[in-house]
Design a protein around this ligand. Structure first.
Ligand SMILES: Nc1ncnc2c1ncn2[C@@H]1O[C@H](COP(=O)(O)OP(=O)(O)O)[C@@H](O)[C@H]1O
Ligand SMILES: [Mg+2]
Length: 201
């Protein structure tokens, strides 16, 4: 086992990773089973739809609530972010923006874009963990996806967050739908600032 999060345990077996959703004992058993089955199915579908950007899915088992996928050798973006050279960091952030743009053009909203869910591999930056993802055409959902990334950068990698997010946006501009999403992002950000003010005063 390499990781145990709130939802799943991650085990490496050879060149594969098995992500198994574990029961939550505080939930009513039937609801828990149904929810884990739905999330396993949904994550597997999104991973498949995100082919090339996410690990390849090798098997889905709705009985054991597990997804077997390709093991991606590399470092978590979170762990190397602050040690990369400026030009490397820029490169990966630009690539990240481009890849988020690809996902959004396919109407995939990731839902949890943090640097813990990104791996730097020899084949470039890969995005993992579609457990909170969804399929949506809405500019709003895509803008919120970007906004959450901006907040994650701000809280985990403060020193490089402002410059870093600009790089992400540059890469994102290669996507087909970027104009409408970035316009919506401005509204989402404004809303966020109003909310913050509300907390302060
Ligand atoms: N395909 C993979 N290849 C390599 N490491 C992985 C892979 N999938 C998950 N991991 C590792 O397991 C951790 C947790 O996986 P993740 O899918 O993010 O689960 P959780 O929903 O618990 O956050 C990741 O941060 C990463 O370190
Ligand atoms: Mg994760």
């Amino acid at each position: 086992m390499i990781d145990q999060g709130a939802e799943a345990i991650i085990t490496i077996k050879g060149n594969t990773v098995i992500k198994q959703r574990i029961p939550k004992t505080y939930r009513i058993s039937e609801i828990d089973t149904r929810l884990r089955k739905l999330r396993t199915r949904s994550e597997a579908k999104l991973l498949q739809k995100a082919q090339g950007i996410a690990p390849q899915v090798l098997d889905v088992n709705e009985q054991t609530m597990s997804i077997t996928m390709e093991y991606l050798k590399g470092a978590l973006f979170k762990d190397v972010f602050d040690t990369l050279s400026t030009s490397q960091r820029k490169h990966y952030l630009h690539e990240l923006g481009k890849k988020i743009g690809h996902l959004h053009d396919k109407d995939i909203v990731h839902g949890d874009l943090t640097t813990s869910n990104m791996l730097v591999t020899k084949d470039g930056l890969k995005i993992i963990d579609f457990g909170l993802g969804s399929v949506s055409k809405k500019f709003e959902d895509k803008a919120v996806d970007l906004h959450l990334l901006q907040q994650a950068l701000h809280s985990k990698h403060y020193t490089h967050s402002a410059e870093g997010f600009l790089q992400v946006l540059e890469g994102y501009k290669t996507s087909q739908g970027h104009v409408a999403v970035l316009k919506q992002l401005e509204k989402v950000e404004k809303r966020g600032r109003h909310k913050q003010k509300g907390v302060v005063f």
